[in-house]
Structures are given as C-alpha cells and as structure tokens.
Design a binder for this molecule. Sequence first.
Ligand SMILES: [Mg+2]
Ligand SMILES: [Zn+2]
Length: 178
Amino acid sequence: MTELRVPVLYCDMDGTVRHGFDELGRFVNGPGDVVVFDGVPELLARYKAAGWRIVAISNQGGIAAGHVNERDVRAGMLETQRQAGGAFDKILYCKHFPAADDPEMAVCWCRKPKAGLVIEGALALAEDTAKRGAPEIYPPHLALFVGDRPEDEGCAEAAGIRFMPAAEWRTGKHADAL
Ligand SMILES: [Mg+2]
Ligand SMILES: [Zn+2]
C-alpha cells in the first residue's frame, strides 16, 4: 500500500497559538488562563482545509519544576483545543525540566530545542492513519514549524523543518499560498 504524503503544521502553544507570558504577565497555569489569539482558529482552519495535519508541541517544564500540576496543564490544552475549534490532530508536551531533582524528570529527548516530540507526533499520526487503512507519512520538507522562541527555531532545525516566527505566521499572509 502506498502512503499519502501529507504536510504537517507543528505549532508551539504559549505565545504562538494562545497568549503566553508576554501577553498574560504570567505563565498559563490552567484552563482559566487560556486565551487563543484572535484569528488563529480561522488560520488553523485554512491549513486543515488545505489538507494539513496540525500538531501542538509545547514545553511544560513547570510540571517537573513543581510550579503547575499535570492535570491543570492537560485541562489547559483541552481548553485551547476547544477555543481553536478542534483543529489539533495531536497535542504533545514535554513535562521535563533540566533542574529537576529526579533524573527521570530532568533528562529527556522531548524538551525543545530537541526534536523528540516532532518525531513522536509524526509516528503517532502515521500509526492512526495506518489503523484506519489510509496510511500517511509526513516528510519534513513539506512541514512548517511556528513558534515565538529560539528553542522553537532550534527544534525546527533539529527536525529538518522550515521555521516561521509566530508573529509573522499570525498575519496569515503566507496561508494564501497553501
Ligand atoms: Mg512559546
Ligand atoms: Zn521532555
């Protein structure tokens, strides 16, 4: 069986899809803090309509650092998905933090700028679609990564994916060419 080659939009969350520290004056600590940027649901819908898959990739080291509990992080992700019109095919986050005491919470392959969650996301999507009998693969040269921080750009580079700064992406101009 031949796999369909499908582009993926990998999105940072805080400061990219939803208001982050710069907008809120604090980190997103739970669903009550979630404010998706104006225009982003419509922009994500344009990618979906053009056949893209959409995967969120977020560093949530506050879990390992003890600033926030994972249940609240997950609830915040679900609220983000709701405000985004259900656009995300996968929402993945790293809960690790380099300064954590427990090495299992300090050392990982998923904290951006590492590329682990990009690969996990693509493999999970491929598995889902294979199970449905319509297998897809996600060549990095077709993908786009959007984010607001240097670690996002580093993650994109590590994964071989084109990067676009969040503020530029939210203008929506490039989406005319989808
Ligand atoms: Mg960010
Ligand atoms: Zn991690």
